[in-house]
Design a protein around this ligand. Structure first.
Ligand code: GAL
Length: 651
C-alpha cells in the first residue's frame, strides 16, 4: 500500500528538504505528491523549460526509497501567460473576468490555453517518462472545483452555438424542442442563441439543460485531451489519475465521463471545510466514498486526506483527537486502497495559510503526526482485506441531466439534490448495509435494491429498464417528482405522472405541493405502520393508489384520503414510492423491512457507530468507526470517542 503526503518543497528553504524527508520516512511515508501548482517554476519565461528543482527533489526522495506522484500543473498558470493572453481567463455570468490571482480560472474552451497546456505537459512528461521513482501522474488538480466548471466568455458562447448546431442540425428542430414559441423566443439561426447569462426572470429550461451538457462536454473534452496526452508520453511503469473533489453533485460535469481512461480514480476527502461548525454528516462522508468507488466500479486512492482544520479566509471545525484518523479508517472501509494526506506542513504565506497540515507552522511533530503514523502502522497489515472488491446488493442511482434539471428549477426553496439522495441513502447507511452509488445508465440488473432519488427525467427506455428489473424480482424505491419530464427537460403531455413508471408503481399523482423551509405537513401510518406518525417537508406528491398499498397518508383536512408513501407488488418485485421529503426515521423502518424481506446483510449498531462489512479469503471483517465523542460498544468491544478498529466478524 502507498501512504504519503502532498508536499510542496518549493514553499520552503532548500535546506529543509532533507529534514522533511527524514520526518516523512519516520512517519511511514512511501509516496509523495508534488508539482501540481508549479508551472511557473518549470517555465519561468515562455518556452524556457527547466525541471532542475524537481530533478533535485525527486532524486532525494528516490534515494530515501520514496515514490512520487507528479501533478501536471495546469490548475494554476503563470502570470506571464495571463498577461500575454487575457482571453484564457474565464468569465462569470455577469461577464466579469476572473482575474489572475486565485486558481483554476482558465477557460476549458480557450484554444490558446489548450495549446499552452499541451506544451508544458508534453515537456514535463517527456522529461520524466523514464524516471522510475514517478509511479503515477495526476492530471491537473480538482477539475471543476470552486466554480471553475462555469465560464460564459465569448469563446464559450460561440462554441455553445456550434455545439447546438451539431446536436440539432436544424434550427427549427431546436425551436420545436425548446418550445421557443413561448415568449416569442424563436431563433432564425444558431448564432442568435444566447448563453444563459443574467437576464430578467429565467432562461428556457431546455436551453439551460443544454448549457449544462455543454459545460460538461467542455470540461471533459479538455480533460480527455490532457489524459490522452499523458498516456501517450508517459513511461510504461507510470499510471494516470486525477483527483476528484467533493461537492460533485453540484458540479456541471459528468464525473463518469471525466474519469474514463484513467488507471484509477483519486479522491480528496474533506469532511470539514472553512465555516463549518461541525463535520458533514457521517452518512454523507460515506456516500462520497461510495460515489467515488462507483465511478470506475473499482477501489480508489485518496490523494488528499484531511488532518487539520481547513479554510481560506474563514476556518472550520477542528477535528478532535483521533477524529481525522477515524475518517481515514472510514475511507479504507469504503474502498480506499492508498492514502496521501493533505498536506505535510501548513504554509506560512499565500492563500492557504489556514489549511492546516500534519505539521503546523511551528514545525513540531505533534498529535496529528502521531495519528498518521498510527494509521500507517495499523492499516498496513490489512492490505489484502482492503484491496478486496466490495460487493453491494443495493445501488443508489443518479443521472447528471436530472441533477442539472433540478439545479435550474428546484421547485421548492428547500430542495437540494444531495439532501434528497441522502434521504434515501441514510436509512440504509444506518443499518450498515453496503451500497454502491452509480450512474443510472450502468447495468443495474445485478443488484437487489435500487434507490432512485427524485428522478424527474425518465424517458421510455429507462422506464422499460426499470420495469424489467422489477419484473425479475428487484425492489425499487423512488422518491417524489419521479417521471414528470422528458430528456429535453419538458413536462410530459397527456400523461398522468409518474410517467413511464406509473404501471410499476401502481399510483397516480393527484396533486402536488411545494413546501417551503420550515413548512411541514403531518403524515400517519396505515396498516402495518398504523399509529406511526411523522412529518414531510420540501415537497409533497399527493398520491392516489391504483394497485399500490398505502403505507402512509396525509393527516390533512383536504387530502387526508390520499397517500404519501406506497408500495406496489409488480411481477416478482416491488416498487416503493415516497411522495415527499419525509422523516428519515420513517424511511428507516421501511429500509429495515426491505433488508429483511430480501436477505440483505445488515447490522444494527449504536447511534453514531459505523460498521462496514468486508470479505476476504472466506473471512468477514468489520471496520468500526465511532463518529461521536461518546464511548460506544459493539458486541463486547468498546470503542472510545472517535475510535476505529478492524475486527474479524466472529471475534
Ligand atoms: C483541495 C485542493 C488543495 C488545497 C486543499 C485545501 O481542494 O486540491 O490544493 O486547496 O483543498 O484544503
Amino acid at each position: 500500500m502507498y501512504f504519503g503526503v502532498a508536499y510542496y518543497p518549493e514553499h520552503w528553504a532548500m535546506d529543509m528538504i532533507d529534514e522533511d524527508i527524514k520526518g516523512m520516512k519516520e512517519m511511514g511515508v512511501n509516496i509523495v505528491r508534488i508539482g501540481e501548482f508549479a508551472w511557473h517554476l518549470m517555465e519561468k519565461e515562455e518556452g524556457q523549460f527547466n525541471f532542475s528543482f524537481f530533478d533535485m527533489v525527486i532524486n532525494k526522495l528516490k534515494s530515501s526509497g520514496i515514490s512520487v506522484m507528479f501533478g501536471t500543473p495546469t490548475a494554476t498558470f503563470p502570470a506571464w501567460l495571463a498577461k500575454k493572453h487575457p482571453s484564457i481567463l474565464s468569465k462569470d455570468e455577469n461577464m466579469q473576468t476572473r482575474v489572475f490571482g486565485g486558481r483554476r480560472q482558465y477557460c476549458y474552451n480557450s484554444h490558446i490555453y489548450r495549446e499552452y497546456s499541451k506544451r508544458i505537459v508534453t515537456q514535463l512528461v517527456e522529461h520524466y517518462k523514464d524516471q522510475e521513482a514517478i509511479i503515477s501522474w495526476q492530471v491537473d488538480n480538482e477539475f471543476g472545483h470552486e466554480g471553475s466548471d462555469m465560464c460564459y466568455c465569448e469563446e464559450c458562447q460561440s462554441k455553445f452555438q456550434s455545439y447546438l448546431r451539431d446536436r440539432y442540425e436544424d434550427i427549427d428542430k431546436l425551436n420545436e424542442v425548446y418550445g421557443t414559441i413561448f415568449w416569442g423566443q424563436t431563433y432564425n439561426d444558431f448564432e442568435e442563441i444566447p448563453a444563459p447569462l443574467k437576464t430578467i426572470t429565467t432562461h428556457n429550461p431546455s436551453l439551460q439543460l443544454d448549457w449544462a451538457r455543454f459545460r460538461s462536454y467542455s470540461l471533459n473534452d479538455y480533460a480527455k485531451e490532457q489524459v490522452e496526452l499523458v498516456k501517450k508520453l508517459k513511461g510504461q511503469h507510470q499510471r494516470v489519475t486525477t483527483n476528484v473533489c467533493g461537492g460533485f453533485l453540484n458540479n456541471f460535469f459528468d464525473h463518469e465521463e471525466n474519469v474514463k481512461g484513467l488507471d484509477f480514480v483519486s479522491y480528496d476527502n474533506y469532511p470539514v471545510w472553512g465555516g463549518l461548525r461541525e463535520p458533514i454528516p457521517r452518512a454523507e462522508i460515506a456516500m462520497t466514498h461510495d460515489f467515488v468507488r462507483g465511478l470506475l466500479n473499482r477501489n480508489y486512492w485518496i490523494v488528499e486526506e484531511l488532518m487539520g482544520a481547513q479554510g481560506h479566509s474563514v476556518i472550520g471545525y477542528l477535528p478532535r483527537p483521533n477524529q481525522a484518523k477515524m475518517w481515514s479508517y472510514q475511507a479504507f472501509a469504503h474502498g480506499c486502497t492508498n492514502m496521501l494526506y493533505f498536506r505535510w506542513r501548513g504554509m506560512t504565506r499565500g492563500a492557504e495559510q489556514f489549511c492546516f497540515g500534519i505539521i503546523d507552522h511551528d514545525n513540531r511533530y505533534g498529535r496529528k503526526y502521531r495519528e498518521v503514523q498510527e494509521v500507517i502502522k495499523e492499516i498496513t497489515p490489512y492490505a489484502d482485506v482492503l484491496n478486496s472488491e466490495i460487493k453491494s446488493d443495493i445501488a443508489v442511482l443518479y443521472d447528471y441531466d436530472n441533477i442539472w434539471s433540478w439545479n435550474f428549477q428546484p421547485q421548492s426553496v428547500g430542495y437540494d439534490f444531495t439532501n434528497e439522495l441522502m434521504r434515501l441513502y441514510t436509512p440504509f447507511y444506518n443499518l450498515n448495509t453496503n451500497m454502491d452509488v452509480i450512474p443510472i445508465d450502468r447495468d443495474f440488473s445485478k443488484y437487489k435494491i435500487l434507490l432512485i432519488p427524485t428522478l424527474q427525467l425518465i424517458d421510455k427506455d429507462l422506464g422499460i429498464r426499470i420495469k424489467l428489473f422489477v419484473e425479475n424480482g428487484g425492489i425499487v424505491v423512488f422518491s417524489f417528482r419521479a417521471g414528470i419530464k422528458d430528456k429535453n427537460n419538458n413536462i410530459n403531455f397527456k400523461e398522468t405522472i409518474p410517467c413511464n413508471i406509473r404501471e410499476i408503481s401502481g399510483i397516480e399523482i393527484y396533486d402536488v405541493e411545494s413546501l417551503q423551509p420550515g413548512q411541514e405537513v403531518e403524515i400517519i401510518g396505515v396498516g402495518e405502520y398504523e399509529k406511526k406518525e411523522g412529518k414531510c417537508g420540501v415537497w409533497r406528491d399527493i398520491i392516489t393508489p391504483v394497485s399500490a398499498t398505502e403505507l402512509y397518508r396525509y393527516n390533512d383536512k383536504f387530502f387526508g384520503d390520499r397517500a404519501c408513501i406506497t408500495v406496489n407488488q409488480y411481477g416478482r418485485g416491488k416498487v416503493y414510492y415516497i411522495g415527499g421529503g419525509v422523516d428519515i426515521a420513517i424511511i428507516e423502518d421501511i429500509a429495515r423491512e426491505i433488508a429483511l424481506d430480501n436477505n440483505i446483510p445488515y447490522i444494527e449498531s449504536e447511534e453514531g457507530l459505523e460498521v462496514y462489512m468486508r470479505h476476504h479469503d472466506n473471512q468477514e471483517y468489520l471496520i468500526l468507526t465511532n463518529h461521536t465523542s461518546e464511548d460506544k460498544r459493539f458486541k463486547n468491544i468498546a470503542i472510545g470517542p472517535y475510535g476505529s478498529k478492524i475486527i474479524k466478524k466472529d471475534e
